[in-house]
Ligand binder design. Structure first.
Ligand SMILES: Nc1ncnc2c1ncn2[C@@H]1O[C@H](COP(=O)(O)OP(=O)(O)OP(=O)(O)O)[C@@H](O)[C@H]1O
Ligand SMILES: [Mn+2]
Length: 450
């Protein structure tokens, strides 16, 4: 009897996955997701490579590649290809981190998931333990270990700024961001890390090495050094050595591509007793709309894109966001640090949508995409389930449980209802068509009267 139920359940799940995969393909092939743009002008690429080949070196296979002619990386070029991480860096433009149909994505995620780890050190800064891993081809990844079971719901008495980060949230955020058509989260994959072979034995970080110990049940654990949660009580442990982790591809070093951090105008107070201005001032958005950089170009609708991503995954921790300095104010927003998302499925957090509610602005392409994802043939939960099944950790357990997937559909409905209310209430335009994004050279903005 039990076996029949179990096998029926797994048949249902694999059927769901099958149909989800074809929905995902249909979504990515949909004309709305394939609007042709004009070629990208040279100044809209973040970096460029100038191969430097000396005559004496031509016979050897070692080349020096220089980024913008001031950074040298030895690259083995026995075929005429760059390593996947370098191709990723070279594909970053003013409007996105990687292209829609990216021929490099498979190799890039494969590298993160399988390449030998040659070093692992603690990443300095930030509040919680994270590592930087390096690969033989000079690629690097930012690693967040699993700190709590992926199905544990965040305790209701915990403030958002005290919650542990989740490795599966980092992975799921990458998939969601891509499904929304943003491409503003650096690619992330899951990996079972052998904490002895791939961290302890290869680290040059003595402070990190000193924090390894064996738990009473024989699991290998470590806790590192950081400003919170780095103690024996908060150690991360393998089973007995294997530890789930998220690996995000590293962005180009800031010495090559400086980034600017922007304080979110809708930042939470990060205090247990104070409210932020946006929570008390009824006309808060009209002030923001008049304040640079939100008064011009795409910044306000870019911000709304990020708000929608955060509401869907219930991330309350977006205190800052970053942009590449090279592109000034006319560029996309990086959606880094998504570890505090997907903490609760049984509750939504309406305050995350406050900016959309207060400003009533949304980019037209985002609105159309969200409407597509609310249709049964492209349903958000189905395409997310399918997309996440491509991650290596899916074989351990689904990265988002069914209640989390169902929450995505429920929250999407709320976003569309909020836009609907805006359309009814407001005289001015709600849906903003960003010509600047679809046709980067045009640079102008026009609105759709509603
Ligand atoms: N993929 C990446 N490549 C390069 N740098 C990154 C990447 N992801 C994040 N960073 C940088 O590392 C910093 C810390 O990362 P992150 O915010 O994820 O950690 P955190 O511990 O949550 O930090 P905080 O507590 O300050 O929010 C970020 O502010 C960002 O500048
Ligand atoms: Mn953080």
């Amino acid at each position: 009897m039990l076996t029949t139920i179990v096998s029926r359940y797994s048949t249902n799940r694999s059927e769901l996955l099958e149909s989800g995969l074809s929905k995902l393909k249909a979504l990515f092939d949909h004309p709305l997701c394939n609007i042709p743009g004009s070629p990208i002008p040279e100044e809209d690429w973040l970096l460029k490579v100038i191969p430097k080949v000396k005559a004496s070196e031509k016979s050897s296979q070692m080349w020096s590649v220089s980024y913008n002619s001031y950074w040298f990386i030895p690259v083995l070029l026995n075929s005429n290809s760059h390593p996947p991480w370098l191709r990723f860096h070279l594909g970053i433009s003013r409007w996105q981190l990687y292209p829609h149909h990216d021929p490099n994505m498979e190799a890039l995620t494969q590298q993160l998931a399988t390449h030998r780890v040659v070093s692992a050190v603690q990443k300095s800064g930030g509040t919680q333990l994270k590592l930087v891993m390096s690969f033989p081809n000079y690629g690097k990844a930012m690693v967040k270990p699993m700190k709590q079971d992926r199905n544990d719901e965040t305790n209701y008495n915990l403030y958002y700024f005290s919650d542990f980060e989740r490795h599966n949230a980092e992975i799921a955020a990458f998939h969601l961001d891509r499904i929304l058509g943003y491409r503003r989260v650096p690619p992330v994959v899951g990996r079972l890390v052998d904490v002895v072979k791939e961290v302890k034995e290869v680290t040059t970080d003595h402070k990190l090495a000193r924090t390894f110990f064996t738990s009473p049940v024989g699991n290998v654990c470590f806790y590192g050094q950081c400003s919170y949660y780095c103690s024996t009580e908060h150690a991360v442990c393998g089973r007995p050595r294997n530890l789930e982790a998220s690996l995000a591809v590293m962005l180009p070093d800031i010495s090559l591509a400086a980034r600017r951090a922007w304080r979110s105008p809708w930042r939470r107070s990060y205090s247990r007793s104070k409210l932020a201005k946006w929570e008390t001032e009824p006309d808060y958005c009209s002030k923001v709309k008049k304040t640079p950089p939100y008064n011009k170009g795409t910044r306000l609708v870019d911000f709304m894109d990020m708000v929608i991503l955060d509401f869907l995954m219930s991330n309350m921790d977006r205190h800052h966001y970053e942009t590449f300095e090279k592109f000034g104010n006319r560029t996309f927003l990086l959606h880094l640090d998504n570890g505090r998302a997907f903490g609760r499925h049984s509750k939504d957090e309406p305050s995350i949508l406050s900016p959309l509610e207060q400003c009533c602005r949304i980019r037209r392409s985002t609105w159309l995409r969200l409407r597509l994802l609310s249709l049964p043939q492209y349903r958000l939960s189905d395409v997310m389930r399918a997309s996440l099944s491509n991650d290596p950790l899916h074989s351990v357990a689904p990265l988002l449980s069914e209640p989390h997937l169902a929450a995505l559909d429920r929250r999407l409905k709320t976003v569309l209802e909020t836009v609907g209310r805006c359309q009814k209430q407001r005289q001015e335009s709600v849906i903003v068509c960003e010509q600047a994004q679809l046709f980067p050279q045009a640079g102008s903005r026009w609105t759709y009267g509603m």
